[in-house]
Design a protein around this ligand. Structure first.
Ligand code: SF4
Length: 476
């Protein structure tokens, strides 16, 4: 499907006899955040052991792998690459030995300056085992003069800016760090005497853990035998939570940034109905992510809600992409229209975003072929006009249809009778926010909360013309 792609998911647990198995379940619940690779490191109090693999969590971890990961604390990761290559070398957690002992690390987010720091490190003799931006953090920690790991982490992140919700595991501690802007989510929960951490609270629900609070932006949270030790040593910044987590990435059953994702999506749909009404008979979601907004749209507009598109949930990674000659097959294998519900009706089709427009075009065509009289497409967020540099895989502006066409031109392109987007203020209001106060909305507004340098050698360079380029590296 033509979507922004999820970044990664992290899970951690401290002080539980079943640490590896619970981490397996936690990663299973976070699978939607990354399907390329998964990994886990556990600590038995003396030694760290890890296992990583390519593919889905359930394919990688079987009984022998879990039995080989003893201990009462663990961290785990599911990955979709936003920086670096796609191979086992990039799979996380990373596990290294240093003069402070063994350290394991996993990361959700992106460090836009990593390639520049990496170049500097390589020039001074450092060698790397992967292309991942995360490995740079381990090098900076190893070089810090701070005697303790927490001091070295603070040292590193005082210098390197970016988007990061990170978990570190040592022999006897689990450490969570969240960047001062709080781009990506990270929640803290409790399961009996154990503490758990996860990108989304849906991971807590699966293991019957209770959500306590979010790890705060700029917080360093140490969990050890004595309990929780929270500190806020990183420079304060205006919060910039990724609003796309509420629009699309996170599961609707999660609480993200302290707010129910389902509630936000439902309100987006209601707001969309007020802003972009349509003279129609039924409201149909593009499943699954458009469903909550469609229910909200139907409740506000008084139109009937119908599951007019059915999704095949069993299309996995191994699906062989069709050749050009039968390319419509690609969408049909994932979605199918229910003719009985659609035929002869005026349909409001609700989706959460249009990225390139190619998939929307095929879906509109499919609904038309099922006999719809009119198709009015409504999108539960504003036009997506810019790329993300904070841990989300996005196309370049050249490929983003809303960066290059007007709303009417997009409607023409996808073949809809009308097209309407939720306004920026409407989206922020639906997420419980006032305009611009605590969310990042850069992929709609190009208002990037963390500026980039000309020398930060990431895909930002390709967007140089549209970014406010500032010299913010090095920070000191
Ligand atoms: Fe999220 Fe968009 Fe900001 Fe990226 S640019 S962090 S996707 S809101």
């Amino acid at each position: 499907m033509d979507k922004f792609r999820d970044e990664c998911g992290v899970f951690g647990i401290f002080n539980h006899d079943e640490a590896a198995r619970l981490t397996y379940l936690g990663l299973y619940a976070l699978q939607h955040r990354g399907q390329e690779s998964a990994g886990m490191v556990t600590s038995d109090g003396n030694k760290l052991n890890g296992f990583r693999g390519m593919g889905y969590v359930s394919d990688i971890f079987k009984e022998p792998q879990l039995s080989g990961l003893p201990g009462r604390s663990a961290i785990g990761h599911v990955r979709y690459s936003t920086a670096g290559g796609v191979s086992l070398r990039e799979a996380q957690p990373f596990l290294v030995d240093g003069y402070r002992g063994q350290i394991a690390l996993c990361h959700n987010g992106n460090l836009p300056y990593a390639s520049q720091v990496r170049e500097e490190l390589e020039l001074s003799g450092a060698i790397f085992s992967s292309t991942s931006d995360t490995e740079v953090v381990l090098h900076k920690i190893a070089r810090s003069r701070e005697p303790d790991l927490v001091g070295a982490i603070v040292d590193t992140f005082t210098e390197i800016e970016g988007a990061y919700s990170m978990l570190f595991l040592t022999r006897d501690r689990l450490i969570a760090v969240r960047d001062p802007r709080g781009f990506r989510p990270l929640a803290l929960g409790k399961l009996g005497d154990a503490y758990v951490l996860a990108s989304e609270t849906c991971a807590f629900d699966l293991i019957d853990a209770v959500y306590l609070r979010d790890v705060q932006p700029g917080e360093v949270l140490v969990i050890d035998e004595e309990g929780l030790h929270a500190s806020y040593p990183l420079p304060k910044e205006r919060h910039s939570h990724c609003i796309f987590e509420h629009v699309y990435f996170s599961r609707p059953d999660s609480i993200v940034f302290g707010r129910s994702v389902n509630k936000s999506r439902h309100k987006m749909g209601q707001q969309l109905a007020s802003e972009c009404p349509a003279d129609a008979d039924i409201v149909v979601p593009v499943p699954d992510s458009g469903t909550a907004a469609a229910i909200g749209y139907a409740s506000q507009s008084g139109l009937k809600f119908r599951f007019g598109l059915v999704r095949n949930h069993y299309v996995g990674r191994t699906f062989i992409e069709p050749q050009q000659s039968i390319r419509h097959f690609g969408v049909k294998v994932k979605l199918n229209a229910v003719r009985d519900l659609i035929e002869g009706r005026r349909v409001v089709l609700i989706d959460d975003s249009i990225v390139r427009g190619t998939t929307s075009k095929k879906i509109v065509q499919m609904v038309r072929q099922a006999g719809a009289k009119e198709i009015h497409v409504r999108i539960s967020c504003p036009p997506t006009k810019a790329s993300c540099f904070y841990g989300v895989d996005t196309p370049t502006r050249d490929e983003l249809i809303a960066a290059n066409k007007s709303v009417d031109e997009i409607a023409d392109f996808i073949g809809a009778d009308s097209l309407g987007y939720l306004s920026l203020d409407g989206m922020l209001k639906a997420c419980g926010d006032a305009p611009g106060s605590r969310h990042c909305t850069a992929c709609y507004t190009m208002n990037y909360p963390l500026k980039v340098t000309r020398s930060a050698r990431t895909k930002m360079e390709r967007e140089e013309g549209v970014l406010a380029v500032e010299s913010m590296w090095p920070r000191h």
